[in-house]
Design a protein around this ligand. Structure first.
Ligand code: ZN
Length: 255
């Protein structure tokens, strides 16, 4: 296997991710929220850090960036939009840009909403997308800088990826997300079954991340805004998808 991943926890509920190619020896870290945790993950794997891909400027994704960059002389790829962290980016990307990492094409998908600068990284050849704080397991990011229409348009870009795409997101919010999802989608048997499975995972201290797009399409209410039973439950049978999304997001903010 030429391409390997290593996910590691840091902070309260964050996940970092290392992407490693055994042929080139290159290793990319998704985000840089905690340089100590990242270095521990590198020590555990024996991989040498060559790249850092930044999804967005929030401090739990960028606090360790300066020290990691200095220590490893890594190339930093980050969003085109300016932030407190962006002076550290060597190469800056926007929607639909492409770059190469270890012989694989990485497609940049801008998914504004949580922040305006949010980038997701899609590696088609490996069926991996890193969604930062845009799409979570059975949830989505809180809208801090954009608006609901913008966030829905961002999620639609992720919905267009192949069903078997493996989704790495940046937080372990799944237990709370599942409880909320059931309040929106109470008759969904797949969702009820998945809630049981994720509770068991967490009881045994296993991560619920990564997930897969087809699983999310079946159980994530933020991706199921066109579902007739959800619309009926919300009394929004004739609303637009963006309107249903906005209502579900509003309810989550107050859940
Ligand atoms: Zn964030």
């Amino acid at each position: 296997m030429a391409f390997q991943t290593h996910q590691f926890p840091y902070g309260n509920d964050n996940y970092g991710l290392l992407l490693h190619c055994t042929v080139t020896g290159q290793t990319a870290c998704i985000d840089a929220g905690d340089d100590v945790a990242t270095d521990a993950a590198l020590a555990e794997t024996g991989w040498r850090l060559s790249h850092i891909f930044i999804t967005h400027h929030h401090s739990d994704h960028t606090t360790g960036l300066a020290s990691l960059k200095k220590r490893h002389n890594a190339s930093i790829f980050g969003p085109h939009i300016d932030s407190a962290a962006s002076v550290l980016y060597d190469t800056r990307f926007q929607d639909k840009d492409e770059f190469e990492f270890s012989g694989r094409k990485v497609t940049v998908i801008a998914t504004p909403g949580h922040t305006l600068d949010m980038l997701n990284f899609y590696i088609a050849e490996e069926d991996i997308v890193c969604t930062g704080d845009t799409l979570f397991v059975m949830g989505c990011g809180r809208i801090f800088e954009g608006d609901a229409n913008m966030m829905w348009a961002s999620l639609e870009k992720l919905l267009a990826l192949p069903d078997h795409t493996v989704i790495y997101c940046s937080h372990e919010y799944t237990i709370a997300n599942a409880a909320f999802a059931l309040s929106i989608d109470p008759d969904n048997a797949s969702l009820a079954a998945r809630q049981g499975a994720i509770i068991e995972l967490r009881e045994n201290e296993f991560p619920t991340v990564p997930t897969r797009l087809d699983l999310e399409k079946a159980t994530n209410p933020f991706l199921r805004v066109s579902d007739p039973s959800i619309r009926k439950h919300l009394g929004m049978e004739n609303a637009s998808n963006a309107e249903v999304f906005a209502e579900i997001r509003r309810r989550k903010d107050n859940f």
